[in-house]
Design a protein around this ligand. Sequence first.
Ligand SMILES: Cc1cc2nc3c(=O)[nH]c(=O)nc-3n(C[C@H](O)[C@H](O)[C@H](O)COP(=O)(O)O)c2cc1C
Length: 225
Amino acid sequence: MTCISGKISPDVITYLQGRRSCSLSQMGDTAPSDDEIKAMIEIASRVPDHGRLFPWYFVVFKGEARAQAGDILKEAYLEEEPEASAAKLALEAERFLRAPLVIMVVSRLRPTKKTIWEQILSSGAACYNLCLAANAMGYGTNWLSEWMSYNDTFKQKIGLAPGEHIAGMIYIGNAMEQPEERPRPAQNEIVTYWTPDAALQRGTTYDPEKPVPYVKGFTFPDEVV
Ligand SMILES: Cc1cc2nc3c(=O)[nH]c(=O)nc-3n(C[C@H](O)[C@H](O)[C@H](O)COP(=O)(O)O)c2cc1C
């Protein structure tokens, strides 16, 4: 492996400037090959990681495993909502079938207060590197959490240990259409060139009085808050 730091790559710049997620409705059924999966996970594992803790691991759902995981999801949903309709349960059972490949990135924290936050950030970077690698191999990606990521029954039945968190469910498949642009914040709203009396630009949508929508089941590890 040739390591790279600071090598000019205009292709990468163009790629990142146009990066977008692929909506699941636009995802086709061509899955990456096993070699491609291996290569994208290798790239996802190549993220900054303070203390070499490797605070993440990957679970691949491919082929039949997607329907089997869907059955577990359906069971978990039924536990939450015993009155759920058959149609809703069928929808839950098919969640993993919306893409030909789903890779779960799990954040597993080591009990060191010093770098808990950094371990979580590293998991996010792993998710994003996984997306970028898959994108550059020709696949659309979508990083979703949805209710399953915060459901203890699902997490336990899928094999996670207590205290492990789902950093992302990365849906991967061929993109059937290129997405439209979506609004991004203007730099003057989110960037401050610091001086001693500069007011930091926090973005126009930031209102400290307005809570963000509550995600059912979500709790930050105590060490982080
Ligand atoms: C940690 C994380 C979890 C996410 N979970 C969801 C989700 O459950 N549902 C959803 O619609 N988008 C979710 N998103 C947002 C999408 O991944 C995507 O970023 C969004 O649709 C905007 O598209 P873009 O990436 O092209 O800007 C999540 C993003 C992150 C970083």
